[in-house]
Design a protein around this ligand. Structure first.
Ligand code: FES
Ligand SMILES: [Fe+2]
Length: 342
């Protein structure tokens, strides 16, 4: 499985909480160095994290007014990437500052998430993922982890139902030996597929805490976004997991949670270790997988438990194909039912 990082799509860049006014933060996305910054006036921006003078990351500098100032010789840049001053230049030195530019990445900030476009153009006609029910509120919990595998393995691991009883076995989630036959209906969405609303698995104890009979919807979309939406009576819970390639071999997976139940917020300090341990279980198995992948083995996607993974690759190929042809993306999937044991 050779990983291809889609470029012409919105990726989760950074959580709004991690970018305070006046802050500038380094990230690597699709093998590209990115400096996310926020002016004290609140506006966020993203620039290539390399000063065009001597290559020092701009994120090592600071924000001054509406400018980014490099830490080495104090060159300043606007959030549009244009160089605005070179302090060492004397009056008789005629340098055209407008010729000095840093690449700007389009961003969109909503629901506590800064999405980034690392491709060509501005991504104006491509939608960013939207969490239902939560309006513009920020998630109550944000937890990010680095997985030692490429985006494809991270995404396949995210939508793979068969690892759950082996990797996520624990007293608070489900006990071993509780595997059941599952039958789920799927339908294509704009950029992916939805698992149609159904009654939550009765062997998931945590759902009972929500009250009422929960209805669960799981939406998967390119480039690797999974949104789980649980409604129980008047309450809801929403979880978003977003995969962003750091480079060809590493993936940042960020898990965000929103909920409506007030008393659950009191449980936040208790909930955090569960979220951490759940994702740490995935992280640990990906680290083991990376050991095997060093030998570049042939792999197989087998049967209905791996069907969602096959859909992911079909969607991705189709996305890339239509982008290359300059045609609008048409989802190649159809309504289907899948059966497996987990
Ligand atoms: S390296 Fe940035 S100003 Fe010189
Ligand atoms: Fe998992």
């Amino acid at each position: 499985m050779h990983s291809l990082m889609l470029r012409n799509i919105w990726y989760f860049g950074i959580s709004s909480k991690d970018l305070k006014p006046g802050q500038i933060v380094h990230r690597e996305i699709c093998g590209v160095p990115v400096a996310f910054g926020r002016l004290s006036s609140g506006g966020a921006f993203a620039l290539r994290d390399i000063c065009p003078h001597r290559g020092v990351p701009l994120s090592e500098g600071r924000i001054r007014g509406a400018q980014v100032e490099c830490c080495y010789h104090g060159w300043t840049f606007g959030t549009d990437g244009r160089c605005t001053s070179i302090p060492a230049l004397g009056e008789n030195d005629n340098v055209d500052l407008t010729k000095i530019m840093v690449r700007v990445f389009p961003i969109r900030e909503s629901q506590g998430i800064i999405w980034i476009w690392v491709g060509d153009g501005d991504g104006a006609d491509v939608p960013t993922p939207l969490v239902p029910n939560v309006g513009e509120t920020q998630p109550q919990i944000v937890h990010a982890l680095e997985f030692a595998v490429n985006i494809d393995h991270a995404v396949v691991g995210l939508i793979d139902p068969a690892h759950t009883p082996y990797v996520h076995e624990s007293w608070w989630w489900r006990r071993p030996g509780e595997q059941k036959d599952k039958k789920k209906n799927f339908s294509p969405s704009k950029l992916g597929f939805d698992m149609i609303s159904h009654r939550a698995s009765s062997n998931s104890k945590i759902y009972r805490l929500l009250g009422g009979t929960p209805e669960v919807e799981i939406a998967f979309a390119l480039p690797g976004i999974r949104i789980e939406h649980i409604r129980a009576g008047r309450n809801f819970y929403c979880g978003m997991t977003a995969c962003t390639p750091i480079d060809e071999n590493r993936t940042l997976t960020t898990h965000m949670m929103w909920w409506s139940i007030k008393w659950l917020s009191l449980l936040r300090p208790i909930a955090m270790p569960f979220v951490r341990s759940f994702l740490a279980q995935d992280q640990a198995v990906f680290a083991k997988q990376a050991k095997g992948l060093r030998w570049d083995p042939d792999l197989r996607l087998t049967g209905q438990p791996d069907q969602q993974a096959k859909w992911y690759f079909r969607l991705k190929n189709e996305w890339e194909r239509s982008a290359k042809a300059g045609k609008p993306f048409k989802n190649p999937l159809t309504d289907s039912t899948l059966c497996w044991r987990s």
